[in-house]
Each structure stands twice: as C-alpha cells, then as structure tokens.
Design a protein around this ligand. Structure first.
Ligand code: PMP
Length: 393
C-alpha cells in the first residue's frame, strides 16, 4: 500500500506466491551468502538442454529468426508437434485446428483456464497438485474444489470421490499425469473414471501431461484425449521444460479441440503475442525424428536416479517413500517425524543446507510429505541423502 492508501487488486492479494519458486529463491540466497546449499526443490534436472536442440535455436537466431510469429505458433513448430503426437501418443492432430504454441506449460494452463472457466465456476483439482493450478483458477475468478489423492488409494481418485465433488457449478476437471508431486501414472481404469464423470456432467477436462515421456518401470503414458468421447472436451498441455530440461526456454504446446482453439489464440494475442520465434525453431528440432540418443540416455539415467533416491530414502528411519510410476520426484512421507512439512523443510534448509518443498504447498492433503527432485547430479544426490538422514535423525 502506498502512503495515499492506494491498494493493489484483491485478485492478486488472495494468491500465495509459488512455494517451489520461493524455496528455490531462499536456497539461491543462502548460496549467495556462501553456504553450500543443495537444491532439491524446483523440478529442474542437473542436465542442460540437449546440444542438437540448442544448435537449432542458435542457428535460427543467427539467421534472423527474431520476429514475432503467428500467435498460434509457426507452421513448422505445429507440424512437428503434430508428428510427435501421432508418433508417441496415437493422436491425429490438425496443426491448423488443434495445436497452439505456448510459453511453457504454465502459459498453456492460463490460456486453457481463461478460455473455459467463468467467474464463480468450480474446477475440480487433485489435492495435492502442482502449485500453480489453484492460483491460476483463482486469478480467473474460478473456485478450485480439491479432491484428495490418498496414499492408501495409491494416490488415485475413486469414482465416488470425484462424483461427490461435482455440483451444478462444476465446469472443468484439472488433472496431471504423470503426476507432480505424487508420481501417479493414470491407467486406462483411472482415465475411465475421469471420462465417465466428465461426459456425464458435460465438463471440460484440462490435462497436464508435461511429464508424459517420463514414465518409470516400463509403464506407458496414455493421453486422456484418446479415450472414447474425450477429444472434444479435453485440453492437453505438454512441453519441453522437463523432458528436455528446457525450463528457461519458456516453450510448450497445447493439443486442443477446434472449438476452443480460437479463444486461446485471442488470449495469446493479447497476453504474450506468441511464443519466442527461435525457441519454437529449436523446440521443433526436438521432435524431428525419433528421440536423439542424447535424450534417451538422459531419460534412462533419470530413471536410475529416481530408483536410487527412493531406495535410499526408504533406508532412513521414520520416513518412507513409495515408488513413483512417473515424473521425477520422491514424495516422502514424514508423518512419523511428528514435524509439520513447513517446519521440517525449513529446518533441513537452515541446518543441513538441503532444499525440499513442504508438501502443504501442494494442498491440504500434501501435509505430512516433502517433495524432493531426484534428477540432480549423482554427487548432489549422494551428499543430499547423507544430509537428509542426519536432519531426520
Ligand atoms: N505443470 C507441472 C505439473 C509442472 O510440474 C510444471 C513445472 N514444475 C509446469 C506445469 C510448468 O511447466 P513450464 O515450465 O513448461 O511452464
């Protein structure tokens, strides 16, 4: 508030800051003060984006690809995305009618929510869920309705839980698979539960599939949009941030029904104009053929790290960790420590110099858990596990 008492909009004063970004910032500040902090908080791998993708973007930049593109994204980018969707996901998308380039999955989320949710509408969300979902729904004037994902149900919804949350104000369901933070990968049965409810009550479904290439133990990701009757009501968000370690590029895409594409493009024209020109060129190269060996090796190595971290956590008394089915997080049950997730996370940061995210940042049901990113360097992981063990005991 200024001296004259001018207030900022209530819309923003209701929204908490992003806990993951906040903790990563705190860790960065401790590092700046010379502390040897290891940051397991943000969902950021140790690896940089692959060289062949960097080269494609650099070449585009050097060749003068420095101007705005169509708001929907360049035809080349959308064509490459369509090829990827057909090859990996069994989706036949029209690059003109079904695909929009976004500035990361988060921008896709904003476009999707602002295109489908009116003020006062309810949106059913998983609890815990990615930190930006409730905030984005709230900014739009929507009301998030949390339906818990419980460990005893393997972090999956039961049909009666979902059905019980639907009211006449429900407009959409927002889900994530592979899940951040719980690591659930939806099976056909899980998707049937969601499809049945969405079709019965005529709801939109926004599905965040940013971790779709990062399934573990040989599991296969299934796109909700490929299930019967779902293509026309499903907005699928995907991206490059996780799969290719390209979080700084701010590039992603959405696969959407033709009926909603125009609204998302209008919003994009006014909000962002378009995704970056040379970032689209680089990202398009990511999908040129089958995945580059450099990328496949990185994914295989990540799976080993997730396995290793979760096994090591299970050796530490009083904490435990189920094996994630996808994404790259350990979702650590800390209930036996008797400390709240915020208190424990702060203690681990200030005493052991390791940053993990308190589970409560992801929703009420997240209390009693900490989230740890497993795809840090081997050296950081080894040291991090030692410190975690010390901090817990
Ligand atoms: N969705 C989920 C589930 C995420 O975990 C993240 C990143 N932590 C995002 C979206 C944001 O992705 P992007 O960087 O592509 O905006």
């Amino acid at each position: 508030m200024s001296e004259k008492g001018i207030k900022i909009a209530s819309r923003i004063s209701r929204i908490p800051s992003s806990a993951t970004v906040r903790i990563a910032d705190q860790a960065a500040e401790l590092k700046r003060q010379g502390k040897d902090v290891i940051d397991f908080s943000a969902g950021r791998a140790a690896e940089h984006s692959p060289l062949y993708i960097n080269r494609a973007a650099a070449l585009a930049l050097l060749n003068g690809d420095t101007h705005q593109t169509m708001a929907q994204g360049t035809p080349v980018f959308r064509e490459m995305v369509a090829r990827k969707l057909e090859r990996d996901n069994g989706i036949k998308a029209d690059p003109e009618k079904n695909i929009i380039a976004t500035l990361g999955c988060k921008n896709g989320l904003t476009l999707a929510i602002f295109s489908t949710v009116d003020p006062g509408d309810e949106v059913i969300v998983e609890d815990p869920c990615f930190v930006s979902y409730n905030a984005t729904i709230g900014l739009c004037g929507g009301i998030p309705v949390a339906v818990p994902l419980r460990e005893e149900n393997e972090f999956r919804w039961k049909k009666e839980d979902l059905e019980g949350a639907v009211t006449e104000k429900t407009k959409a369901i927002l889900i994530c698979s592979p899940h951040n933070p719980c690591g659930t990968v939806h099976t056909e049965e899980d998707l049937d539960v969601i499809s049945d409810v969405a079709i019965k009550h005529d709801l939109w479904v926004i599905t965040d599939e940013i971790y779709e290439r990062l399934t573990l133990g040989g599991r296969k990701h299934i796109c909700l949009a490929t299930r019967p009757g779902m293509a026309e009501r499903t907005i699928t968000l995907m991206g490059f941030t996780k799969t290719f370690s390209m979080g700084g590029w701010r590039i992603g895409f959405a696969y959407v029904p033709e009926t909603v594409l125009g609204s998302m493009v209008i919003l994009q024209q006014h909000m962002m104009t378009c995704a970056g020109s040379f970032t689209q060129a680089g990202a398009a190269a990511a999908f040129q053929q089958d995945y580059h060996p450099e990328v496949k090796e990185m994914w295989e190595e990540w799976e080993k790290r997730v396995d290793y971290v979760t096994d090591e956590i299970n050796r530490i008394p009083r904490i435990s960790c189920h094996k994630p089915e996808g994404s790259f997080y350990a979702w650590i049950n800390i209930k036996k420590t008797g400390e709240s997730s915020v208190v424990l996370a702060e203690r681990l940061l200030n005493e052991q110099y390791i940053a993990l995210v308190p589970g409560s940042a992801f929703g009420k049901t997240g209390e009693g858990y900490l989230r740890m990113t497993c795809v840090k360097s081997r050296a950081d992981i080894n040291e991090g596990i030692i410190r975690l063990s010390k901090g817990i005991s």
